[in-house]
Design a protein around this ligand. Structure first.
Ligand code: ATP
Length: 373
């Protein structure tokens, strides 16, 4: 039952200027980061960006070159892993093959010399919905079930922080999606702080309250998933979190609203949504997400309301993927833009070659520094 769930209080994690260098290579540049107590926090980035190294420094498995790690107000930088109130779940589960599920979960309690483990182990097995599997061996479970055992085993000693290193990496896509929701539910139920490492933007956005996007050993941007998606601050974040259309433009008028010139077209966006300095004459990138762009065909094009951003183009590719139709549109002089349309009737779909007009609201447009790499 839900009421039997072991409730723990999560701890916060504060990283002060931690960095890691290997010889002359800097894997993590000096990093300041706060993970709020009880939150679900994701470190997101491509392979090699330093997210695992950061996680291992929190765990105590890797010694920082500079800086300190604080857990719930205590400086733990010099403490070995087992003396920190953290536990780690790895991608390969690392279950004991000769022990059954019950004993795998009980392990942490028995090692601490706890005599009666039954109640706690059963609560944990309930939490991860594996009660009926208690007497099976790990190899008799599916990958997703084994991963849940690994989570239960890591939570049994009530760590303040649970670290998860690509825990769903070995699962197929469908099971991965299920487990994302499952882990999110478990985190909400136990209230322990979760720090989750992943390279999958959808995974980070599904699960986390806060996402830190890492690139080249640095945090590029930190925020709630929706904020990062709607207001990316750099081209890296714009491209890493979903598809973005970035259009090269020049500032013609600066004010509360920016007026941009892109090829022959004029584009508008709120100045507050532009992360670049955007003075008159400066170059910026105007961005818009594919699902925010609509297209009009033929005579309908005249009905686009004044004040919308509009660009003429031609359909280059159209792919029907079930929930939406995804178009690649060629815009003369500006390159290719992606447009996702939902709920269109089968015979309403446009075919390659069709001349169309793209349009979207200035409010859905963001601006980025054109000079950054
Ligand atoms: P992945 O998703 O592939 O695990 P990551 O973002 O977690 O990538 P890290 O494992 O943190 O990346 O590694 C960051 C960088 O540091 C990589 O370029 C890696 O090659 C390097 N690195 C990691 N460990 C060592 C080591 N022991 N010696 C030298 N270089 C290392």
């Amino acid at each position: 039952t839900k009421t039997a769930t072991p409730q723990s209080s999560g701890g916060d994690v504060r990283l002060h200027g931690i960095s890691k260098t290997y010889g002359s290579f800097t894997a993590v540049h000096p990093l300041d980061l706060t993970v709020p107590a009880g939150s679900f926090f994701a470190l997101l980035g491509a392979s090699g960006c330093g997210k695992t190294t950061t996680l291992r420094m929190i765990a105590g498995l890797e010694e920082p070159t500079t800086g300190t790690v604080e857990l719930s107000g205590q400086d733990v930088t010099a403490l070995p892993p087992y003396k920190r109130q953290v536990n780690t779940v790895f991608q390969n589960y690392a279950l004991f093959p000769h022990l059954d599920i019950y004993e795998n979960v009980a392990f942490g309690l028995r090692r601490r010399g706890v005599k009666s483990v039954k109640k706690q182990v059963e609560e944990m097995l309930d939490l991860v919905q594996l009660g009926p599997m208690a007497r099976r061996k790990p190899q008799q479970l599916s990958g997703g079930q084994q991963q849940r055992v690994a989570v239960a085993r890591a939570l049994i000693n009530h760590p303040q922080v649970l670290l998860l290193d690509e825990p769903l990496g070995a699962l197929d896509l469908k099971l991965r999606r299920q487990m994302q929701l499952e882990l999110k539910r478990i985190q909400t139920e136990v209230g322990i702080t979760f720090v989750h490492v992943t390279h999958d933007q959808e995974e980070a956005m599904t699960m986390a309250d806060t996402v830190a996007v890492m690139n080249g050993g640095r945090v590029e941007q930190l925020g709630a998933p929706a904020d990062l998606y709607e207001n990316p601050g750099t081209t890296f974040v714009a491209n890493f979190l979903g598809t973005s259309n970035l259009i090269e433009a020049e500032v013609v008028e600066a004010g509360e609203e920016l007026l941009l010139k892109a090829g022959d077209a004029k584009l508008r966006l709120p100045a507050a949504r532009c992360s670049a300095s955007a003075r008159t004459g400066e170059k910026v990138l105007a961005g818009v997400r594919p699902e925010k762009v609509a297209l009009k065909h033929g005579d309908d094009a005249g009905s686009i309301t004044e004040g919308h951003n509009r660009l003429p183009g031609r359909i280059k590719d159209a792919s029907f993927i079930g929930v939406s139709t995804q178009y690649v549109v060629e815009v003369p002089g500006l390159g290719e833009l992606a447009v996702y349309e939902q709920n269109i009737e089968r015979d309403g779909r446009l075919v390659p070659g069709a001349e169309i007009v793209l349009h979207w609201s200035p409010a859905h447009t963001f601006g980025l520094d054109a000079a950054q790499d």
